[in-house]
Design a protein around this ligand. Structure first.
Ligand code: PLP
Length: 402
């Protein structure tokens, strides 16, 4: 059957043989509802995308979207161009090109002293986004529960829902975004399969301390759960703060799935190259989902990734130092404009208390900011459980050239 313009559709239906149903609704909404799965029915549009659209319409500076406006390292771009030129242009091994997996393993050995079997414990995927959903689909069943710290990166809620699992939220409380240990313990039940941990954290900038991680590790062991960690901001740290992968703590090597990517560390969010580290049994399941979802990440960019993961330590020091200057610049400007800022220890978000400005809620404040001041931010409610209600916080990103 050839494609037909809309006007020809009715004529085409009239010509169908009797076995095809003729009574097709002509209103667009009915078939759309029919073809929208229950799985996604509760999903709403990303607030960040909406704010970005509004920012474009108003010509506002966009401090709502998570990508840098400065160039990626030249050596990395050259390596990618050379890889394409050398005809590394066909599928890589589905769980990742061997040289890239070797480079990932060597970096974790060098940085954290954790060893990985490159053949059985590493899956290269299309960004941390795919790494997280592939991991959750690999381990969760409908009815399982997942513990999430709130506020949280906006994908985790829908990711959990896509698996048919239920999220249980535990509050991180300003100003230091600490959590109540009893509240966390109370969120674990016999149905809990995993806790999702994001440190350094989007959006709070919190870096979980070793003591906090130890307590979470104890709960994972007591309740026989996994820690699924998103460590995408591991190298964006301030004021001497240290990042500890929970996987490196005693008892956690075989009950952690570590998700990470090149996006933030190497300023290449558009390359879509990430990885998942886990024991062979977990990796086996994750690779099956990954293969079905995407087959594999871009082969030439994995090749360039080898160079990235072999960069010397001073690359990471410089990354943090440059972001620290941007953080200080933004915080000083915001404070000067009357915002109360919660100073981040890592990642590149500043959470601000906007209650002093007298707006009804965070969304109307951000809309005002975009249309009247020319700056886009993320309303705080987008980081809370569905329908997080009114919030008196908003988050701004410091990814602009200073
Ligand atoms: N995880 C967190 C916490 C993020 O903030 C982001 C992007 O903003 C992502 C994952 C997306 O990562 P990737 O680009 O590797 O898919």
């Amino acid at each position: 059957m050839e494609w037909q313009p809309a006007g020809a559709r009715l004529q085409f239906q009239a010509a169908l043989p009797a076995k095809y149903p003729r009574k097709v609704s002509t209103t667009p909404t009915a078939p759309r509802a029919r073809f929208r799965s229950q799985r996604i029915a509760r999903f709403t549009e990303s607030v960040i995308r909406e704010m970005t659209r509004l920012a474009v319409r108003h010509g506002a500076i966009n401090l709502a979207q998570g990508f840098p406006d400065f160039p990626a390292p030249a050596a990395l771009k050259n390596a990618a161009a050379e890889a394409i030129d050398a005809d590394i242009n066909q599928y890589a091994i589905t769980w990742g090109a061997k040289p890239f997996r070797d480079a990932i393993a060597a970096k974790y050995q060098r940085t954290y002293g954790v060893e990985f079997d490159t053949e059985r414990e590493i899956t290269v995927c299309c960004g941390a986004t795919e790494g997280m959903i592939a991991s959750l689909l690999a381990v969760l069943d409908p009815g399982d529960e997942v513990v999430l710290f709130e506020p949280f990166y906006e994908n985790y809620g829908p990711d959990t829902q896509l698996c048919g699992a239920t999220s249980r939220y535990v509050k991180l409380r300003a100003p230091d975004w600490s959590f109540d240990r009893d509240e966390l313990r109370g969120a674990f039940t016999g149905r809990t399969k995993a806790i999702i941990l994001n440190s350094p954290n989007n959006p709070t900038g919190k870096v979980f301390s070793r003591e906090e991680l130890r307590y979470i590790a104890e709960l994972c062991q007591e309740f026989d759960c996994l820690a699924i960690t998103d460590e995408i901001y591991e190298h964006i740290l301030y004021d001497g703060t240290i990042h500890t992968p929970i996987m490196s703590l005693p008892g956690m090597r075989d009950r952690t799935i570590l998700v990470n990517s090149m996006s933030k560390t190497y300023s290449v969010t558009g390359w879509r190259v990430g990885w998942v580290l886990a024991t062979p049994d977990l990796t086996d399941s994750i690779r099956k989902v990954h293969d079905l979802l995407t087959v594999g990440a871009a082969a030439p960019l994995q090749q360039a990734g080898v160079l990235a993961l072999c960069l010397p330590d001073d690359y990471y020091d410089r990354l943090s130092t440059e972001y620290a200057a941007r953080r200080d610049h933004l915080v000083t400007s915001l404070q000067g404009a009357g915002f109360k800022c919660f100073i981040p220890q890592g990642a590149y978000y500043v959470m601000t208390d906007i209650s002093a400005f007298g707006f009804a809620d965070d969304s109307s404040f951000v809309r005002h900011l975009i249309s009247h001041v020319g700056v886009a931010a993320v309303p705080g409610s987008s980081f809370f459980c569905p329908f997080g209600g009114r919030q008196s916080i908003c988050s701004l990103l410091f990814l602009q050239k200073t």
